[in-house]
Write a protein that binds this ligand. Structure first.
Ligand code: ACO
Length: 332
């Protein structure tokens, strides 16, 4: 079946200006730069001093639109992926729509934690196949600092705040080309409680459930996630490559979710390839959840390691709470 040619037009990113170093964290909890860097590859991260998720996402999206030369009024679809929405309702995407002045668009959130960018790219691409839509913004953003327990050294050293956006466009003419060559996407709800935030109990005048202090924060079984993703990500990347009928040699770079540099090292080893095949910028940002991939791509564009319109092929691979994970083979 022929459908409209769907391509990546531009990326954008935004991180709040306040930088938090490992040394500063060492003054807050019992940790130090040596432990954090050797266990995670992180040196510093950006932390919001007041901006919320919709503010970060609006700035990243505005930059993507500016880079593409597309007016906000011409956006048809806005998808935000976040684990830290400004409000339980309305969606963060609707706040971003308002911030951009994208009056024509319809807007909604996707909840897939750190795999959100993978999920949303897949969803947006399918929607753009419809004759009704031309431009879709996919924005991933989080202010994880508002749900991190700043007295828990096992989690507070890992996360950072930030957002990244991409504008996807469908051409008028019908072809069978898309930037998205193949995908391999999964969830495993049996492992949902290995990374969660919030409480499941119902709290209302008709029952007695009282949320505890810890329910407000990220609870993570770091070791379980480490073991799970270092097994599943190589399988997922290989599955996506197989569907694309491509090998790792055909791929310019793998852009992984920046959760922990040590995870990427184990994945590279299991895939029998060097670390030079993987893009890593976690040292400067920490784990910014689903925003980590578009932020990394923006940096790669700025340094010329990726060029839009080149047709070069890349693998994006992500994982997170849910558990959710997946890999995409894409053409720039
Ligand atoms: N500083 C100093 N010591 C520490 C720190 C710290 N910041 N954190 C933990 N430790 C100590 C622990 O207390 C423990 O000490 P003990 O042996 O005396 O009890 C020791 O270090 C080892 O702790 P582990 O938790 O086993 O450390 P590990 O090597 O597994 O590293 C980490 C922890 C970095 C969290 C790792 O497990 C990891 O990265 N896991 C994956 C996390 C992840 O990817 N999450 C997904 C996020 S994506 C999303 O959906 C948001």
């Amino acid at each position: 079946m022929n459908f409209k040619k769907i391509s990546i037009k531009a990326f954008g990113r935004y991180v709040p200006p306040r930088v938090l170093t490992n040394d500063e964290l060492g003054e807050m909890v019992d940790t130090d730069d040596e432990w954090i860097y050797s266990h995670t590859g992180i040196r510093k991260r950006h932390i919001s001093t007041g901006e919320n998720t919709s503010d970060l996402c609006t700035k990243a999206a505005r930059q993507a639109l500016q880079h593409a030369g597309v007016a906000p009024e011409d956006v048809d679809i806005i998808i935000v992926t976040t684990s830290t929405p400004d409000y339980a309702l309305p969606s963060t995407a609707c706040l971003v729509q308002s911030g951009l002045g994208a009056r024509k668009a319809f807007a909604f959130d996707i909840s897939a934690a750190c795999a959100g960018f993978i999920y949303a790219l897949s969803v947006a691409e399918k929607m753009l196949r419809s004759p009704h839509y031309r431009n879709a913004l996919v924005i991933s953003g989080d202010v994880l600092s508002k749900i991190v327990d700043w007295s828990d050294r096992k989690t507070c050293v890992i996360f950072g705040d930030g957002s990244g956006a991409v504008l996807l466009s469908a051409a008028e003419s019908y072809t069978d080309e898309s930037f998205l060559i193949s995908e391999d996407i999964h969830s495993n709800g049996d492992k949902a409680m290995s990374l969660f935030c919030g409480y499941k109990g119902v709290s209302n005048p008709f029952c007695a459930y009282e949320p505890g202090e810890g329910d407000k924060f990220i609870n993570m079984d770091g070791r379980a996630i480490f073991d799970f993703v270092t097994r599943q990500i190589p399988i997922s990347v290989n599955a996506a490559l197989e569907k694309a009928k491509l090998g790792l040699n055909d791929i310019k770079l793998v852009v992984p979710h920046q959760a922990n540099a040590r995870i990427v090292e184990v994945v590279a080893k299991r895939m029998s390839c060097g670390m030079d095949k993987f893009a890593l910028n976690i040292e400067r940002y920490g784990n910014t959840s689903a925003a980590s991939m578009p932020i990394a791509i923006c940096e790669l564009l700025e340094t010329g390691r990726i060029s839009l319109g080149s047709g070069d092929k890349y693998v994006l691979t992500g994982f997170g709470s849910g558990l959710t994970w997946g890999s995409l083979v894409i053409a720039m």
